[in-house]
Design a binder for this molecule. Structure first.
Ligand code: DAH
Length: 344
């Protein structure tokens, strides 16, 4: 028995050395086979039991079994240790804790909204109130009250989305002129920014949903010069201190006289003939304006002998295209954060 115990001790010592030397799971497996396998060292020791006197055999068996149990639990510990080391090595490779963190993405104000805010702020500084209208309007406010009777060809210019015989998505912000004047006595000074809708095919210059800003000033003694002054100031606010404006005779049923308003091209300042923003003309068209037509003032019950007024309506996308030198209006509705934050 003592001879067997000594042998077992030797085996145990070599086993411990072998386990300590094993650095991966394959090496550990080899240790398991060499010591605990069918022709392993422990099995060889166990065979020695047969040479012992019968009385000693049970104890010898117990000692060997106990040794096998210890060895197996040592192997399990070593396996866990090796797996853990492998996992940590992998982690160290895939996670570089010194790498700079990814900055959180923050939102930015949409360029169309920014231009709208700047335009509104300019008018508010000059004593104008901001009014917001409805996006669904009866045709009365959209056309009739604005001196566009049912048979007038100007209606066709507003390719509208009708949602019933008389209700439509507003194709311009001008209905707010009527709503404001109906509910207030002059003097009136308002701007009405907001969404408008037209049945236009989408291309680089058109969206079926866009924004306008409407302006209306009605009081005693208001004349075209006031309009010129306010719109020149607006262009300087939006595009730069040396902007000029130009008025070209035009026609709108709700104004008389009517004008198309242009501002000097902020890109070439009217100097080059190869400018891709203004096409070489030196001017950018902003929208319509004019002196409020007496028929419109009469419609809301204002005394046209006392009151006169001006109005204008500009497309906000158009202003933003000009301000940020963008060549395609569709970029405003494609949700490309790189594009949007660049302009913020
Ligand atoms: N409502 C017109 C449009 O959408 C723009 C406009 C022109 C508005 C002249 C006005 C104005 O207030 O006086 O085409």
């Amino acid at each position: 028995m003592s001879e067997l115990a000594t042998k077992l001790d030797h085996v145990q010592t070599r086993f411990e050395e072998a386990v300590a030397a094993a650095t991966d799971e394959r090496a550990l497996d080899a240790v398991r086979v060499a010591f605990l396998g069918r022709s392993g060292e422990v099995t060889t020791v166990r065979r020695g039991i047969g040479a012992l006197p019968p009385a000693e055999r049970p104890d010898a068996g117990k000692v060997i079994n106990a040794a096998v149990e210890r060895m197996e639990s040592a192997l399990a510990d070593a396996t866990a240790r090796i797996e853990n080391r492998a996992f940590e090595a992998e982690l160290a490779q895939s996670v570089d804790v010194t790498f700079p963190a990814i900055a959180p993405t923050t939102g930015s104000i949409h360029p169309v909204r920014r231009v709208l805010q700047d335009a509104v702020a300019y008018f508010e500084r000059h004593g104008f109130a901001t009014v917001l209208g409805m996006e669904i309007e009866p045709d009365y406010y959209t056309f009739d009250a604005l001196n566009i009777p049912a048979t007038h060809p100007a209606r066709e210019g507003f390719d509208s989305f009708f949602i019933s015989d008389t209700l439509l998505l507003r194709p311009h912000t001008s209905p707010m002129q009527i709503r404001t004047m109906q509910s207030h006595e002059p003097p009136i000074a308002v701007v009405a920014p907001g969404k408008c809708y037209r049945r236009d095919a989408v291309d680089a210059r058109h969206l079926f949903q866009f924004h306008q800003i409407e302006g209306l000033l009605v009081a005693e003694g208001i004349h075209f010069g006031h309009l010129k002054g306010m719109l020149t100031g607006l262009c300087r606010e939006l595009f730069g201190a040396d902007q000029r404006v130009r008025f070209r005779p035009s026609f709108f049923p709700f104004t008389e006289p009517s004008a198309e308003v242009d501002t000097t091209c902020p890109k070439c300042k009217g100097r080059t003939s190869a400018c891709n923003m203004c096409g070489g003309s030196g001017w950018i068209e902003l929208g319509g304006a004019g002196m409020v037509h007496p028929n419109v003032l009469r419609e809301v019950g204002y005394d046209t002998e006392i009151y006169t007024g001006w109005a204008f309506g500009f497309g906000i996308e158009r202003l933003a295209l000009t301000r940020y030198d963008i060549d395609d209006i569709r970029r405003f509705v494609e949700c490309d954060p790189d594009f949007l934050t660049q302009l913020a």
